[in-house]
Ligand binder design. Structure first.
Ligand code: SF4
Ligand code: SF4
Length: 298
């Protein structure tokens, strides 16, 4: 493994035991074009993508979310409940990143958060005795990476700023918190329905479909958006991304992030109950017909 990002869990295959760093911790590292190992880290990847990575990369390549996901990612399950995750695709028959060229990374300005962090790792941790989620950092030292030998020191915070990670961390923070919350939830909340997994998939990785969903009559029947709010969501993908996270949190955990129309919830429950009643009645009728057939030997 060379570059990996597991947003809410510690690194599994790191060759050294991680020492937790803070933003003020100083570490020695420098990566540059003339280093002998240039791009070695991109030739053997296991790279998990975040929701904001997808947004940046699909725009970079001029694709819709679903086109990007279909062409450049590999699906996997993040946990035993089947939480959908995506990894960066590799070139056929290799573990080399699909975006690596002779000149280096072809999507450099929009490269994923994990690529920016490397050779640091970062994970969200819930501190003991506190509900607060905090970021923890550690150095990932792999044999092929010569950057650790370079005589250059910086703080974690300086490195984050240099790599443009302030923006990525801000945009990914809600998504990462949701995953952590899901992982640490009790067994009832921990078994998501097929529908909630599909919703997680759409909100996380398919913002273009979520945009269509926001404009659908079904969505508007339930969610109360002012014309200004709707305009902002349709015009600004970053606002749409944040809104999608709030919507997801409301559906998965019942947190009131999105304004629901008065009576909409009750109406939906009533409609569902009517569907269940119809199904139940159909089952009873079928059962009675079967009994009659058996009784009269039809
Ligand atoms: S996206 Fe760019 S930096 Fe990241 S692994 Fe691929 S080639 Fe390397
Ligand atoms: S120094 Fe490390 S991060 Fe930079 S190119 Fe070499 S292997 Fe990759």
């Amino acid at each position: 493994m060379s570059i990996s990002a597991k947003p809410a869990s510690p690194p599994q295959a790191s060759p050294i035991r991680p020492v937790e760093l803070t933003l003020d911790s100083v570490f020695q590292f420098r990566c540059h074009k003339d280093i002998a190992c240039f791009n070695a880290c991109c030739r053997n990847i296991d790279l998990q993508l975040t929701s904001y990575d997808i947004l940046r990369l699909k725009n970079r390549l001029g694709l819709t979310s679903s086109e990007f996901v279909g062409r450049y990612t590999i699906p996997f399950e993040m946990d035993a409940h089947g939480m959908p995750g995506l990894k960066m695709a590799t070139k056929p028959g290799t573990s080399e990143c699909i975006h690596l060229t002779e000149e280096g990374c072809s999507v450099y300005e929009d490269r994923p958060a994990a690529c920016r962090y490397y050779a640091l790792g970062n994970m969200a941790v819930r501190k003991k005795g506190s509900g607060e989620v905090e970021d923890a950092y550690f150095v990932v030292r792999e044999a092929h990476c010569l950057g650790h030998e370079e005589p250059h020191e910086q703080t974690v915070e300086e490195y984050r700023m240099e790599q443009g990670l302030d923006k990525y961390d801000e945009m990914n923070s809600h998504w990462r918190r949701l995953i952590l919350k899901k992982r640490s939830a009790g067994p009832t909340v921990g078994s998501p329905s097929e529908r909630s997994l599909q919703l997680f998939d759409m909100c996380s990785y398919d913002l273009d479909s979520f945009r269509e969903f926001v404009q659908s009559p079904k969505f508007k029947e339930v969610v109360d958006l002012s014309p200004e709010q709707e305009r902002e969501l349709l015009d600004d993908e970053e606002s749409l991304h944040e809104f999608a996270m709030g919507f997801l949190e409301q559906v998965l955990f019942g947190v009131n992030s999105v304004k629901v129309r008065p009576g909409a919830r009750e109406k939906r429950i009533k409609e569902r109950r009517e569907v269940w009643d119809q199904r139940r009645q159909q089952q009873i009728t079928t059962h009675q017909e079967d009994l009659q057939k058996r009784q009269y030997g039809e």
